[in-house]
Design a protein around this ligand. Sequence first.
Ligand SMILES: C=C(O[C@H]1C=CC=C(C(=O)O)[C@@H]1O)C(=O)O
Length: 374
Amino acid sequence: MFQQLLQRIEEQLLQEKPLVVYRKPSQKMVKGIFQSDSKIHYCIDFKETGFVFAPFNEKGEVILIPIDELVQSQFEPSEHSISLNNKSQIDYPSTDIDEKNFHIQLVAKAIDEIKKGRFKKVVLSRLMSATFQGAPLQLFLKLLNTYTEAFCYMWYHPKVGLWLGATPEVLVNIQNKQIQTMSLAGTQPYTGDPDPDWKKKEREEQSMVTNYITNALKSLVTNLYISETESLRAGSLMHLRTKITGRLKVLDIKKLVKLLHPTPAVGGLPKSEAYDFITANENYNREFYTGYLGELNFKEEIERASSNRNIENKAYRSIHTKTDLFVNLRCMQIVGHNATIYVGGGITTDSIPEQEWGETVNKSATMLKVIQNR
Ligand SMILES: C=C(O[C@H]1C=CC=C(C(=O)O)[C@@H]1O)C(=O)O
């Protein structure tokens, strides 16, 4: 069955038609969505059904792959998954000294602006290049094998390109009017401790995200609930996560997404000042990195146990509409045998530029491990 899904993916790639194949965190089901033509469809009012792929730029167009054909199959991660602990196994591509200096100076400039009061936090990123052997589909299978707790995907559109990723961050899950989101920030390497100590810088950086999201949601939801903050493992990294849930007063996905994206986990605070700094200073276009992606308005049939209402059938079915969106982190764009890997980190007044560089190097390991089959 899984073999059939792989064949269908290969066929679609050969025909140069749009597709997305993905697996949600902690699930075994891999879904492939195949578009029947090569047109580019856009999501306009968020009432459409399909798989969305949105850029970081809020004003950029959100691409939609309609569900012309859906093929799904269970995937059993193989026993030979890649080890996530051994940092030394990675062969980091050599970096140009100018590249490193540029990033360090960029971080220093941001710290200055924070001290001057222009903004409180900004997420700064860079890209790096690496070559790989084999086919992109092989990389996707390695992602599935390696990052079972992440949202793993391969997305392709002939007019846009091919992207792969394994992200730990949920933008928002919506089922009927119930929503679930998270504030995810703060990073340290995973060393085997599932609940390590966190420094003040990471705690503050993450609580800014929590505060932003809860304030943004206040006017839109009732029953707002904020969980305890916990450590979350994402491959060879650890993050801080707080879960936030609530019930929408009015189901308006467009408004909700506009409010959440980009969260200060990928943009900064205040949103527009940080955004302006990023676009004026980062020196490259993030495109779909730190955008969002996932299922929009999918219909899901839920079977419930027998109830008084429906004794003859022993069960009754109801149709739910679900939206599951993820932030596009730990991702790369593929052209031929070249991968462009995107990595970034949150900068606050307590950031140390050299360490922020190191954090982007650590984050690149998520994709490099897969590329290098380490
Ligand atoms: C921007 C990225 O990560 C975000 C998510 C988790 C932790 C982050 C941090 O510690 O800076 C970032 O906010 C990235 O991986 O490129």
